[in-house]
Design a protein. Sequence first.
Length: 693
Amino acid sequence: MKLKHLLQSPQGIEELFNKYVIDGKVYTKDDLSFLVDLVHIFRPKNIKKTKRVSIESLITYLQTHEEQRLALTSYLKELLAGRQFSRMVSDAGILQDSDFIYEVKKRLWAKVLPYQPEKDTYEYVLNQVFYRQTDAEWIEMVPMEQLVSFYDQLNLSDIFVNKTEQSALGELMVSIGLITQRMSGRAMESSIIRMVPEYSHLESPFLALEKEFAMASEGLRSGEVDYLTAYDINYKQIRILHKQCLDFVSQAFKNSSKYGISIKVNQSLLRLRQQLQRVEVLISLLVVDEEVPTSRKEKTIDLARRLIKYNCYKYNVTGLIKESTQLLSYEITQHTAKTGEHYITSSASEYWHMFKGAMGAGIIVGFMCILKVFAHEVNASEFGHAFLYSLNYALGFCLIYLLGFTLATKQPAMTAATIIKAIEDGRKQNIEDGDKHVAFAKLFARLFRSQFIAFIGNVILAFPVALILVWLIDMGFGLNIAEHDWKKMLIDADPIESRALFHAGIAGIFLFMSGIISGNVSNKNKHNRVVYRIQEHPWLKQNLGIKKTTSIANWVDVKWPGIVSNIWFGVFMGSCGAIGTFLGLGIDIRHITFVSGNIALGFYGSGFEAPTAMLVWAFVGMWLIGAMNFMVSFGLSLLLAFRSRNIPIKETKELFMATLRYFKSFPMEFFLPTSPAIALDNGDKNNQEQHKH
């Protein structure tokens, strides 16, 4: 009989069955087209606005159309018979590689061109039918009672009836067994064991879990039991061992603050945690509540829904990045929290000490501005100029850091996690939103005034030092090095005539990245036990002595992350312009301290005859550039700290309002130090004491 297909998908249940069911049998051109069209009928157009999905119309139709019901039952049984899903359940959505970048690339590419499994697997059916990621969401919205009713209409057998290797129950047990074997092997790797020395002399809970499940699985396969129950001794023991495995992983993550953690180890631990979560869900499908008559049917339906969900989310990139970066973000911000304490002044003496340190940095920046002009005059390629600029910046920043001076806007990238502590303390208090973040407002006021005095200290000496140096060069050698480019130096600071604020934002991003690098280097040093390896280096101890070797190790521990951070900050700042030229993007950097030095050079280069309006806009731009440096670097660091502590972004509105209220009440605290009794409340003092310890 010739089968006529409609050009468009059926719009209703009756139309669907009229299209495909002929003489009591489902006829399809590719085996799956009927199922694809059936799912399409119930798939919501807007999942975000959907709260419930009903299949009552399908159930009612099957109840009144016996021929179609039998045809659908026969079709589904024939379609799904003998298909495998064990590999999909054990792999889908679980990290398959400890290389984070590779895993992200693999998932992104799979979104563009999905991997297609063999046609004899459940995964192939799911790929073709439930191909949208939102399909898992609306399937969960179908009431269980409707799914049970639909299940009864099809007269299907539950998963506990057939216990052969090829059956659904057999595939499920193979999946769980495969995951437990993988976990026990991964947990025994030296990089994992090193994170949990508490378990080094104990039997691996993962190996015990594998053995215990094997015993329970054997009982199911042999027919000793038809299913597990909540009172089954094997199931109780599995639950205990599963909890011990979770404790193992949690302890490893907890110890990361003590031993550090690498991305590879982080991914391995995440994989163990994902596998434990998967095992917990899959084993629960084997547990039947004997007091609920439909329990076996519901477990079968739950298995089907789980298969759809795992297949839909197997290439989830957002979840991977979110889960993978959280712990590393926490470790990096923990380091910056310890470093950042030194950048927030409390007393008047600390405030003026910050001012002196900023003045010292201003002197060095004045010399750096002169050296950059000389580097610009060198006959070199764009790469050559980028190298010279980067060298100038890197050496200058390292010198500022090693001498204990302060570069304005460097602080925000190192203080965000310290502020997060105040936010967390406020969130724990059961008081009105308007009052709970007062500790944050006070801390921010201290940070802001610290930044303010750093701006002043940098600018107040960078400008005259650059001016004096260019004058001395002119007097000594008869060469005005700023004569040719004085207009550009002034216009580059003008927020109207140039992209100064945009370029200041780019500098803020580099400031943020330098803070990330500092925290990451500190974390790696801790994980690789660099300090201990230097302390116990046989050649160093033999030739330098134990005391000096220990001093070197301590110096590396304290200073090396900052040195690496400043070197890279110099490279970013020095090469940005060349990269912008190469890409044709017109990107560059502007930093308040260097802008103040360049204004001095431009003013001298013009013979002190630069137009007043040009100078005014340059000075206005200088302070706006400083504000942009601060806002971007601090904002990005704050977002990182939010991410590391799982604090919702919407909390920023409450923080802003709390800070605004505090500013209205005590505006001078944002610019000048007040008495210690006012500046530090008891909570702040306690926080400081905790940081010291």
